[in-house]
Design a protein around this ligand. Structure first.
Ligand code: ATP
Length: 778
């Protein structure tokens, strides 16, 4: 951009600055007091020491804007009557030409003479700081602000962040790490993988005596520099299957490279489909990298819901970057040099790859993959800097791509395993995993496909069963199941946020320790829920904790000792069933997965579960539907319905209470909304009148609306009375029909009932308990 162009644009930018300043100061009369300053002389704008301001890497939306310059310590004077502007500086720039008479000449002069109004910056600065936008030929002009450097709040922006120690990132996963920190183990079983002493000592401290099958199979291939697509059942240690080789490479580079403590290009980028999983990955890798290591890699986790500035700062100094696609793309697009830094990663990991493509992530994943390609976004004028940056990573090699999941689309699996049908290229569905794989530039033509569970996608310690009941009875059966698993960590899956919002208070009203998790919650509340859920039974003796969640909790979450997964709503797809069920029976433990189905859902769910079990058909080249036909038949659990029906009055009341509170909150919010809308329009709003009009409408949801209306009309006293009644019901013993022992408000005395059973007590009660606890399928 020629100096001439800058000069001609300045007046407009100053006008823009001036009008903003007026808004902020409320006119000249409100001008802040300017402290004494060194003598300043008038200089020409084009002779000032303008400095380039670095801009975000991607500027698609800036409409021709291609440069920004700033200047500090300059006062701008404007004559309101003539529009004439002059610049006063205490330290004229190298080439600054002081003008006789103190008035600018050149283009600025056409704005008239100076009448002395002093422009003193933008309100919170005592010294003016100006910045001029340098534009493309469209000649649009705008102005931007920057406080003088010395006045900028002393943030730690320019300092490398303190290295995160294990446990610092989010309290939510603290307990997870604590549980990881078991006793030191003999790690001789890892020897064959040729890991460094540092990594072995870390594994020993974590108590991981031997590699899991996916670790044993994938680590050598990754260390040998191959691209790897890894498939293994849920809870089988996939995180460390890619985490250990990343740590190995870090250690290798650390001992030979010029990596310093300053800003650097990251070594690995890990994409995660959910925020919770991203934070958990952080926790697992932090645990791996901080045990037994003096100076391990720095990890930055970029997820929505938390401070973007802080995450951007951490990113500058990170060796390993973990991110959800939305936030990562936001940071990449807005950052300065972020894309270039990320283009230098040596590992790209796509965790839970199939999920990344669903639920609206696809576009961002595609953008990220495009941007990561090295020939994209290279600024021609800046080739030298580019080369310098690329040279920064010593021994740089082409990026390795690692893709992991417990579930891959069957057709793709066959293809990856080299069993794909020969013949013409099939049309690739744009939302498919295959499409993603086509987008990724693997370093090898054929990535290694490592499948350690070709036959079984589900953990071996998992028991499955279903409970059949009518739709409206689902709450009742859920309550009964949870009562029967009183001292258990249980996860309840629903298909909607509304259901989580309804079921959580319902269970709480029934005295159960339920917490909610869904994507509509604030990020901090999400982490708090996981923390509460995780901590509840870490106190020593078993105690129950219940997480009611949408499928945001279905993938990857590694919460120890979850013994029961309940599908309150049926999973919509086979892979969702696998991942939901995979929250239990992890790392070789036992667990149960129970589906609560309406009568019309049973046939479909049987097919879905059979399909999951029929994965063996893929391995054996049979058709899945054939295998499903003769294959796995999920058992219906035999619950004593008479006993469950005795829990009905309390469940109905607890539901009514929960619905009342929700309806009142909803009404309050709607009322606020209409009131402020009416205010804006200048019309009267009468909520009762509005209600009457609304009542007149019939159609879908009118019964629900009628219930809501009824619930809204309950007074405080009504609600109080309902609570009292519920308390009384919960205090009553529920006769289990055949035993001296009862279900009470404090829950079920399972031990006592089981003891009775063992002692040959009443068979009926024991049957009820025994069948459900053991799922009747042993
Ligand atoms: N070698 C090992 N020995 C013992 N435990 C291990 C080992 N490797 C990992 N683990 C533990 O196993 C648990 C499950 O690991 P991880 O979360 O990596 O499973 P995953 O395969 O990624 O599961 P998902 O498919 O559900 O995401 C974790 O608690 C982890 O600490």
């Amino acid at each position: 951009m020629a100096a001439q162009d800058k000069k001609r644009m300045l007046p407009a930018s100053i006008a823009a600055m001036r009008s903003r300043k007026k808004q902020k100061l409320g006119g000249a009369g409100d001008r802040p007091v300017v402290p004494p300053q060194p003598a300043k002389t008038s200089v020409r704008s084009d002779t000032l020491a303008w400095k380039d301001v670095s801009l975000p890497d991607r500027l698609e939306n800036y409409e021709g804007f291609f440069g920004l310059e700033e200047i500090d310590d300059v006062d701008v004077m404007k004559d309101d009557s003539t529009g004439k502007v002059s610049f006063l500086s205490s330290k004229p720039a190298h080439a600054a030409q002081v003008q006789p008479g103190g008035v600018n000449s050149g283009d600025e002069a056409q704005h008239g003479d100076d009448d002395g109004e002093e422009w003193s910056g933008f309100g919170d600065a005592t010294q003016g700081a100006a910045a001029a936008a340098v534009l493309a030929p469209s000649r649009k002009v705008s102005a931007a602000l920057k406080k003088p450097a010395k006045q900028r709040k002393q943030t730690k922006a320019d300092e490398p962040p303190k290295k995160k120690k294990e446990g610092n990132s989010t309290a939510a996963f603290k307990t997870l790490t604590e549980e990881l920190t078991a006793k030191e183990a003999d790690v001789s079983a890892w020897r064959g993988l040729n890991l460094s002493p540092d990594t072995l000592s870390s594994l020993s401290e974590l108590g991981f005596a031997k590699p899991t099958p996916i670790q044993r199979a994938a680590i050598p291939d990754i260390l040998a520099g191959h691209d790897v697509i890894g498939k293994a059942s849920t809870g089988s240690g996939k995180t460390l299957a890619f985490g250990i080789p990343i740590l190995e490479r870090f250690l290798e580079l650390r001992s030979t490279s010029h990596r310093s403590n300053g800003a650097k290009a990251p070594l690995a980028l890990i994409l995660s489909p959910t925020r919770e999983l991203a934070h958990q990955l952080d926790k697992h890798l932090t645990a791996l990298c901080s045990h037994g290591l003096e100076d391990g890699p720095s990890i930055a986790t970029l997820t929505g819901g938390l401070s973007m500035q802080k995450q951007e700062r951490l990113l500058k100094y990170a060796d390993i970057v973990i991110g959800t696609p939305g936030r990562l793309w936001e940071v990449m697009s807005a950052g300065q040099g972020t894309i270039k830094a990320l283009q230098q990663i040596q590992f790209l990991v796509v965790d839970e790859a199939d999920r990344l493509l669903s639920e609206g992530h696809f576009k961002e994943v595609e953008e990220i993959l495009n941007a990561l390609e090295r020939d994209v976004d290279i600024d021609d004028d800046n080739e030298a800097a580019e080369e310098e940056q690329l040279a920064f990573s010593p021994g740089e090699r082409a990026r390795q791509t690692l893709i992991f999941s417990a579930t891959f689309d069957r057709g793709l699996q066959r293809k990856l395993a080299g069993k794909g049908k020969s013949g013409g290229e099939p049309k690739i569905n744009q939302d498919s995993m295959e499409y993603l794989l086509a987008k990724i530039k693997f370093r090898e033509e054929q990535p290694k496909f490592v499948d350690v569970n070709p036959i079984n996608q589900l953990a071996t310690g998992l028991k499955e069963g279903l409970i059949e009941c009518s739709g409206p009875e689902k709450d009742l059966y859920l309550y009964a199941l949870l009562l029967l698993h009183r001292n258990t960590r249980a996860l309840v899956f629903t298909n909607s946020i509304d259901a989580v919002r309804r079921i959580t208070p319902l269970l709480q009203n029934l005295g159960l320790p339920a917490v909610a998790l869904h994507s509509g919650m604030m990020q901090k509340a999400r982490l708090r829920s996981i923390e509460r859920f995780t901590q509840a039974s870490n106190s020593g003796k078993p105690s129950s904790s219940i997480l009611v969640a949408t499928d945001v909790a279905a993938r990857g979450l590694d919460i120890p000792n979850v013994k029961l997964g309940i599908h309150y709503h049926l999973p919509r797809a086979a892979d969702t069933y696998v991942h939901r069920s995979g929250r239990t029976a992890r790392a070789g433990q036992q667990g149960s997965s129970i589906l609560i189905c309406g009568p019309e859902e049973v046939a479909g769910v049987r097919r879905l579960v059979a399909k999951v079990h029929a994965q063996s058909a893929v391995a054996h080249e049979e058709s899945v539907s054939e295998a499903a036909k003769q294959g796995y038949y999920i058992r219906t659990l035999d619950i004593d319905r008479r006993i469950v029906s005795r829990l009905k009055p309390r469940t109905v009341l607890a539901k009514k209470l929960a619905d009342t509170v929700i309806a009142k909150e909803k009404a309050h919010k709607a009322d606020e909304f209409f009131r402020s809308a009416a205010e804006e329009l200048g019309v009267d709003y009468d909520s009762e009148e509005f209600e009457k009009t609304d009542n007149g409408r019939r159609g879908r949801g009118s019964k629900r609306k009628a219930n809501e209306r009824e619930a809204r009309e309950f007074t405080k006293a009504d609600v109080g009375a309902m609570r009292a009644e519920l308390r009384a019901l919960l205090a009553q013993r529920v006769n289990v029909g055949v035993s001296e022992k009862y279900l009470t408000s404090g829950g079920l005395d399972v031990e006592e009932l089981l003891r009775q059973k063992e002692e040959g007590g009443d068979k009926g009660s024991g049957e009820f308990l025994g069948r459900v606890e053991g799922l009747g399928i042993e």
